[in-house]
Design a protein around this ligand. Structure first.
Ligand code: MBD
Ligand code: FE
Length: 281
């Protein structure tokens, strides 16, 4: 098994994401036949229209089938769907939501991580690379009432752009944790600056991106799921001002309101804050 990789490998991420996804999702949608028909008909009409508009050939059709099979075989459907489709699902969901803006969850969330007190440091390796970063803030309801005992479930990539649980050699739970807010609804999380994320270049998703001449990058980000009893859970991400790929996220999941601008406190630690507002469930 390879231990040090120059660039992310499909085997290290996509496949694990598929297993993780299957373990958690069962046929939950409960969608009626009318709705299945309406949505699937629309999807197929879109495919048919693209074929006619571009005069898609038999060899191209067969190549597309082979590619679809490979995405499934190597387990990259969660990656592909979350990169290219989830942002529109989130956009539709956001129309009926108030409070802090959400954005996509992506394929690398893992539940049941270590619970940490409000002022904490995320689990990390002894020599974890990356500039020290402290994210502090408060969780409140829409009226501004602080929410004590809320959960700030946070996960992010390391300084090489890898997620624990989805890359060889990263310890389980690295740079993941469920932070519980204090009596004033506050939290302060010490971690390290994550790197931008690159879609693995050796899998079918990466090969499609290369074949189309696109780039495979997401800007550096923190993932968060913020929950409190009686309130709607917010799934969001926070980005970093001035970072690469902010304006061309391959997953189209950035929003101007979600960009942090950390400031060096003079000791090399970069500090920033973000408050979360939850709406009633
Ligand atoms: C990620 O890290 C991510 O956040 C998304 C949405 C898709 C792929 C990788
Ligand atoms: Fe991510």
């Amino acid at each position: 098994m390879t231990t040090m990789q120059e660039s992310p490998t499909a085997a290290g991420s996509g496949a694990n994401a598929s297993q993780n996804f299957k373990a958690k999702v069962r046929d939950e949608a409960g969608t009626s036949p009318d709705r299945v028909s309406a949505v699937v008909t629309a999807v197929l009409q879109g495919v048919h229209a693209a074929i006619k508009e571009h005069n898609v050939t038999y060899p191209e059709f067969q190549a597309a089938k082979a590619w679809l099979m490979e995405v499934g075989e190597v387990g990259e459907w969660p990656l592909f769907m979350d990169v290219f489709v989830e942002h529109v699902i989130e956009e539709v969901a956001a129309q009926s939501q108030r409070g802090t803006l959400g954005t996509i969850e992506g394929p690398y969330y893992l539940p049941d991580q270590v619970r940490l007190e409000a002022s904490c440091e995320l689990p990390h390796r002894p020599e974890e690379e990356g500039a020290p970063l402290v994210l502090s803030g408060q969780v409140r309801d829409l009226d501004g009432t602080p929410l004590a005992g809320a959960e700030v479930d946070i996960w992010h990539a390391d300084a090489d752009g890898y997620y624990s649980g989805f890359a060889p050699d990263l310890p389980a739970g690295n740079l993941r944790g469920v932070v519980v807010t204090d009596a004033e609804g506050r939290f302060a999380i010490r971690t390290v600056q994550p790197a931008p994320y690159q879609i693995p270049t050796d899998g079918p998703t990466g090969k499609l991106i290369e074949a189309a001449g696109w780039h495979p990058w997401r800007p550096a980000h923190l993932h968060l799921m913020v929950r409190a009893d009686g309130y709607r859970t917010i799934t969001t991400q926070l980005y970093f001002a001035g970072g690469d790929w902010l304006d061309s996220d391959v997953a189209e999941a950035t929003k101007p309101e979600l960009i942090l601008d950390p400031v060096d406190d003079g000791t090399g630690t970069r500090r920033t804050s973000y408050d979360f507002e939850l709406e009633p469930a």
